[in-house]
Write a protein that binds this ligand. Structure first.
Ligand SMILES: [Zn+2]
Length: 397
């Protein structure tokens, strides 16, 4: 039911990096995924501003949703009563849910760990809840996604002692999740942790590999370490994972990180970045991120990205989209999201074509040379805004 086959290995990356960029076919009960694949994130059982019809038109194949959020609202039992997430949100294609662990560690107001699980207060109303490996699996069986995740502990990436302790729990919980899982129509992935510490990552990969999961995720990255640290961690982790199982880099990423992840043998990615920056007027192009609010686009007749086949670029100018953002029209959020998700899907299509043709190495160089990174100041400002929003949300609860 979850057959995964590699269709091409890229000889250039294999020679340079030890692990090859690869294309594959991953069969799931709700459809076939061509990998490498990018999953847009539907936190609350909706990819913000897009209908499932939009997602299908854009070419999305895999959609991610968050167990923590759906557990709190509307409750995973309610989703189960509606036949699971696919029918509740009207998305017939493959889906992936996380275990809720990451949000407990990043969002919940209070958390108390013990060997058996984690107790936390909801970031919405402060109510008390508890996740155990068994309950995280039960919640995900209620939701019914095709790919589900073990409960893990996402530690501070640079804190060695914390990572050592967290790893012991993460591994014990992975074994318990493996035992608790009942549904044959769901593929359970183990999650490699260990911060930026190569030896811990290798130990984690080997431990999980021995438990024989349907696929392997790499968690705890893109959470505060540098890009160089993230790439170095992938360099030591991926070779420890079985070549014949899908590899999923959780919460990544930015277009440049996806290209670098693919180069290191990653098959599955997810990230809120394309949809989140879209709603702030940040449009992804091959030259980098474009800030649509900038005055220079006020009378610009060009589409967001000339050559893009998305609905927004086919029908509207930068000037019109900018106008929608300046007047805070809802349509602006939708059109920007359509473009950004389509940008990611086209990027993945092109990556797969280049791997199949044996030209991914050259594509990677060309892409990275053209793609201008958002400068540190912009990134810092966005992080600060997110922090303030989070603080505000906590204050309201
Ligand atoms: Zn477009």
């Amino acid at each position: 039911m979850f057959d995964f086959s590699i269709t091409a290995d890229d000889p250039q990356t294999a020679a340079h990096m030890g692990t090859a960029a690869r294309t594959g076919i991953f069969e799931t009960p709700h459809g076939t995924l061509l990998t490498p694949v990018f999953a847009p994130v539907g936190t609350q059982a909706t990819v913000k501003t897009l209908t499932p019809r939009d997602l299908a038109e854009i070419g999305a194949t895999l959609v991610l949703s968050n167990t923590y959020h759906l557990y709190l609202r509307p409750g995973t039992h309610l989703v189960a009563d509606f036949g699971g997430l696919h029918s509740f949100m009207g998305w017939p294609g493959p889906m992936l849910t996380d275990s809720g662990g990451f949000q407990v560690f990043s969002l919940a107001q209070m958390r108390k760990l013990d060997p058996d699980g984690v107790t936390f207060r909801s970031h919405i109303d402060g109510s008390l809840h508890r996740f155990t490996p068994e309950s995280a699996i039960a919640s995900q069986e209620d939701l019914g996604a095709d790919i589900i995740m073990c409960l893990d502990e996402c530690a501070e990436p640079l804190d060695r002692k914390y990572n050592e302790e967290a790893l012991t729990r993460t591994h014990a919980w992975a074994a318990r999740c493996r035992t608790a899982k009942r549904r044959p129509d769901q593929a359970l992935f183990g999650i490699v942790q260990g911060g930026i510490f190569g030896d811990l990552r290798m130990e984690s990969a080997r431990t999980l590999r021995a438990l024989d999961f349907s696929g392997y995720a790499i968690g705890g990255l893109s959470v505060g370490e540098t890009k160089e640290q993230m790439y170095a961690t992938l360099d030591v982790t991926v070779p420890e994972l079985p070549a014949n199982k899908p590899r999923y880099l959780m919460g990544v990423g930015a277009p440049e990180d996806i290209v670098e992840g693919v180069a290191r043998g990653i098959d599955i990615f997810d990230c809120v970045l394309p949809t989140r920056v879209a709603r702030n007027g940040g449009l992804l192009t091959r030259q980098g991120r474009m800030n649509l609010r900038n005055a220079r686009y006020a009378a610009d007749p060009l589409p967001v990205e000339p050559g893009c086949d998305c609905y927004a670029c086919q029908h509207f100018s930068r000037a019109y989209l900018r106008h929608l953002f300046k007047t805070e029209e809802i349509l602006g959020l939708h059109l920007a999201t359509v473009h950004n998700v389509r940008f990611m899907i086209r990027l993945m299509d092109e990556i797969r074509q280049h791997i199949a043709a044996g030209t991914f190495g050259a594509f990677r160089e060309t892409f990275l040379a053209a793609y201008r990174l958002p400068d540190q100041a912009v990134r810092h400002e966005q992080k600060e805004k997110r922090r303030q929003r989070l603080e505000a949300a906590k204050g309201q609860a």
